[in-house]
Design a protein around this ligand. Structure first.
Ligand code: FAD
Length: 313
């Protein structure tokens, strides 16, 4: 089922079909703060009130024209200004294909540099998300150069890739901040673990290296058993709570986000917003069969409501 939803995430024809249905959008709204920057800022403020930091994701990937990439850059700069104006505890997460990676890597890098410079002036940080494996090398190269020049960017390592431990070590040596995730794309078995237990084992192995590295990294997972392992590890190694953070996605395991924050751990929630939510939502469906059941329930309840309103008329 995971493979099926990740396949659909890339199909424009299914996207156009699915977007006609209100239940589809209603279900997506569990994972997305809203269509506008106002919606996103409101979600950040709510999180901040609960002692949780935010990272905003302006939805959009695989931008098809330089004009669109340019508009995304300007929207992201606006978002930074708004975060600053509202004094929100929040930074940005950015996908390089939104800034034109697949159109022209030099143009994409210029866009990232512009955003990172702006963030630096505002004393803020930029996280570069990791996309599918066709982007890995280019993303790491661009992040490393931008980090060398500006210092306020970090990136993401996906534990399902065989190469990731090596990449993580190289980034750690340079002092670059890492968000460690399991990985959300469909990758061939020549380059990625297929079995969850292998990905989990690699995650834990890399996580321990990051936690001991002395650099401030992010442990991004909702996996209770991995979070427990992290907590035991930092306790044993006497790693202070302010030397790393946990990250989770908007709408997922809110209880655990709150529990960790109230125990004094740094917690950040990843808050997506904007109209281009389709591929993000499909990846969330792929991760958990229960989300598909939730989607189907919404379909049934919409049918019931429609049925009722017809009979009421
Ligand atoms: C802050 C953050 C940023 C991320 N950035 C990236 C990125 O840049 N690149 C990338 O490839 N991936 C990214 N991801 C996604 C990541 O790769 C995983 O796909 C996702 O986090 C699910 O894996 P998991 O670690 O939670 O573990 P899993 O083993 O998948 O899940 C563990 C438990 O978490 C809960 N859970 C997990 N997913 C869902 C869901 N969709 N809906 C409801 N419950 C769920 C369930 O209780 C599940 O049993 C990010 C994840 C987070 C938290």
């Amino acid at each position: 089922m995971r493979a099926f939803f990740l396949y659909l995430a890339r199909r424009e024809s299914f996207k156009n079909f699915a977007l006609n249905f209100k239940f589809f959008r209603n279900t997506a709204s569990r994972f997305i703060a809203g269509d506008t920057l106002d919606d996103a800022i409101q979600a950040v403020k709510q999180a901040n009130r609960r002692g949780i930091m935010g990272t905003l994701d302006l939805l959009g990937e695989n931008t098809l024209t330089q004009e669109d990439a340019h508009s995304a850059r300007e929207e992201l700069i606006q978002a930074q200004d708004r975060i600053d104006k509202e004094r929100a505890n929040c930074n940005l997460s950015i996908k390089l294909t939104q800034l034109g990676l697949n159109l022209n890597p030099v143009f994409c890098e210029q866009n990232l540099v512009r955003i990172a410079e702006h963030a630096k002036n505002l004393d803020n940080f930029v996280r570069v998300d990791m996309e599918d494996s066709s982007c890995t090398d280019r993303t790491l190269e661009i992040v490393e150069r931008t980090y060398r020049n500006l210092g306020n960017v970090g990136t993401v390592i996906q534990a399902y890739l065989y190469r990731s431990e090596r990449d993580a070590v190289a980034l750690v040596e340079k002092g670059i901040r890492i968000r460690l995730v399991k990985g959300a794309y469909r990758e061939p078995e020549e380059i990625a673990f297929r079995r969850k237990k292998d990905t989990d084992a690699n995650y834990v192995k890399i996580m321990k290296r990051l936690l001991e590295s002395g650099t401030y990294h992010a442990i991004a997972t909702h996996d209770t058993s991995i979070i427990q392992t992290a907590l035991e590890f930092v306790r044993t190694k006497k790693i202070p709570r302010n030397r790393f953070e946990f990250q989770m996605l908007y709408g997922i395991r809110r209880d655990m986000q709150q529990k960790l924050a109230s125990e004094g751990y740094n917690v950040r929630v990843y808050i997506p917003y904007g109209a281009r939510w389709y591929p993000y939502f499909m990846r969330r469906l792929a991760e958990r069969p229960a989300n598909v059941i939730f989607l189907l329930r919404n379909l049934l309840s919409e049918r019931k409501i429609n049925g009722k309103s017809h009979s009421d008329l």
